[in-house]
Design a protein around this ligand. Structure first.
Ligand code: ADP
Ligand code: PHD
Length: 453
């Protein structure tokens, strides 16, 4: 049995849904199909999930349907019409969105979660209706009926361990199951979503639950590339990558797969295969336990921006037992998570996502650190980009950091900080945001220009 996930780009139009159908039908092992809500048809287009967020917020405030609602119904209507689905189904879709928008308003956060989840839920019903119309035994599966239980963390839910046993029963379900991605239910029966792009997580969780032979994740690119294709044109394709390498790269900016989508598959030893809905015969990328080392130490280079650093210096910090703990405790008080913390004898930097902070908090944090920790200097630096070079081979190859630093120096890029991951499969370079693209290009030249993948 195989679990197959199709992302928003694979379901953005009726034509795309037909491709999805052909792909599923071409392999009788493909029994569980996880779907996202329709995504962008072209770069400036809007994703259904974004439209739902804006429409839900508006309805909550004004109790009237706005322009976003019209666009949502229009998108599903176009898709349904392209697939020759009945007028009745289109009316049901509209009624379903009106029903979701008129649910209990008492908890605005829970309300918005249900609205967000409805994009996937309605799409799964639509896709199931199309499969049935084509004469295939297929049915929509509600995550609540399947027992997909999640934690009470709106917009960032985690799967509860008991879900896996519940989901195992799907193995006995007749025909093809069309399962909405992106959300599950808490123990009160309320819909809660994973973080954005979380349908990838649903696919991986289902793959683990039913012990799928493989988890196939269909998207709109031929493979995972060694670098974001928006930065380098036609970058080298990765054929095989380990779970650990892929998790590092996903977390650091390879948005092709959600970084939390690897662990459930990994724990059950299920390989993940990234493939292209628009070119299903392309070999794609396999995510596996171990791979044969080819072509040097680095498998991929990811980057992301929107980071800041808190630099703290204090003479004899090295001798002060508990300094690090007290510093991190201050961040904990402000409910801040951090990414890295490179340190020296008398100083330490904490790298955080800027979006967690505002000016007020910033001032307060600096004061706390200055006075509670009696620091000599505390400063906040904004506008940082983090570049991550990743590869299991880095453990064995000598001189990877030197090659990377030399490539950056030759391109006149100042390195603000360097941090090697403890597992030695990743190395982080902090640069100014304005240097991000140039830095990725320089590193790509250094590590991939002469490689034959
Ligand atoms: N290293 C990479 N390899 C492949 N795609 C990448 C990479 N980094 C970023 N991407 C982007 O990820 C996109 C696919 O992810 P996403 O839009 O979430 O797909 P889906 O709609 O299938 O969920 C690609 O179109 C590509 O622009
Ligand atoms: N539709 C949700 C979940 C998702 O996974 O979407 P996509 O497959 O288009 O990344 C989102 O936009 O976040």
């Amino acid at each position: 049995m195989k679990v197959v996930k199709f992302g928003g780009s694979s379901l953005a139009t009726g034509e795309q849904v037909k491709k999805v159908f052909d792909i599923v039908m071409s392999d009788p092992m493909r029994k569980i199909v996880v779907v996202s809500a329709p995504g962008k048809r072209y770069p400036e287009d809007e994703k259904i999930t974004d439209l739902l967020i804006s429409c839900g917020k508006y309805y909550l405030k004004n109790r009237t349907l706005d322009h976003a609602f019209k666009k949502i119904v229009e998108r599903y209507t176009i898709i349904a019409n392209d697939l020759n689905l009945s007028r009745e189904l289109i009316d049901q879709i509209k009624e379903e969105f009106v029903r979701v928008l008129n649910q209990d308003f008492s908890n605005p956060i829970i309300y918005l979660e249900a609205v967000k989840a409805s994009g996937e839920d309605v799409n799964a019903k639509l896709v199931a209706a199309y499969f049935q119309q084509c004469g295939v035994e297929a049915s929509y599966m509600n995550p609540r009926d399947a027992g997909l239980l999640v934690s009470n963390e709106p917009g960032n839910a985690q799967v509860l361990p008991e879900s896996y046993n519940n989901l195992a029963n799907l193995r006995n379900h007749p025909g093809i199951i069309i399962f909405p991605g992106f959300f599950g239910f808490n123990k009160n029966g309320e819909a809660l979503t994973f973080s954005r792009s979380g349908s990838d997580i649903t696919g991986s969780v289902l793959a683990n639950g039913v012990k799928s032979t493989i988890y196939e994740n269909f998207t709109d690119v031929d493979a995972v590339y060694s670098v974001n294709p928006m930065i380098i044109e036609h970058p080298k394709e990765i054929r095989e990558i380990t779970y650990r390498e892929m998790r590092e790269l996903s977390y650091a900016g390879f948005c092709v797969l959600h970084d939390e989508a690897l662990i459930p598959a990994y724990r059950a030893g299920i390989p993940v295969h990234i493939k292209n809905t628009n070119n299903p015969s392309a070999p794609g990328t396999k995510i596996v336990f171990e791979r044969v080392q080819k072509n040097g130490p680095v498998v991929g280079i990811a980057s992301d921006n929107g980071f800041c650093s808190i630099y703290v210096s204090k003479y004899l910090m090295n001798r002060e037992v508990g300094f690090g703990r007290r510093l991190l405790h201050i961040l904990e008080k402000f409910n801040l998570s951090y990414e890295h913390s490179p340190s020296g004898i008398d100083d330490i930097s904490i790298i955080l996502r800027e979006s967690q902070l505002n000016k007020e908090m910033e001032k307060e944090i600096i004061n706390y650190i200055k006075y509670d920790l009696d620091a000599d200097e505390v400063k906040m630096e904004h506008g940082l980009a983090l570049i991550m070079i990743v590869g299991e081979g880095m453990r064995r190859f000598v001189g990877t950091a030197a090659r990377a630093s030399k490539a950056l120096a030759e391109n006149n890029i100042n390195i603000e900080m360097i941090n090697q991951g403890s597992s030695e499969v990743s190395m982080m370079f902090g640069v100014k945001e304005m240097d991000e693209v140039k830095a990725v290009q320089a590193l790509y030249q250094e590590f991939f220009a002469k490689v034959l993948i």
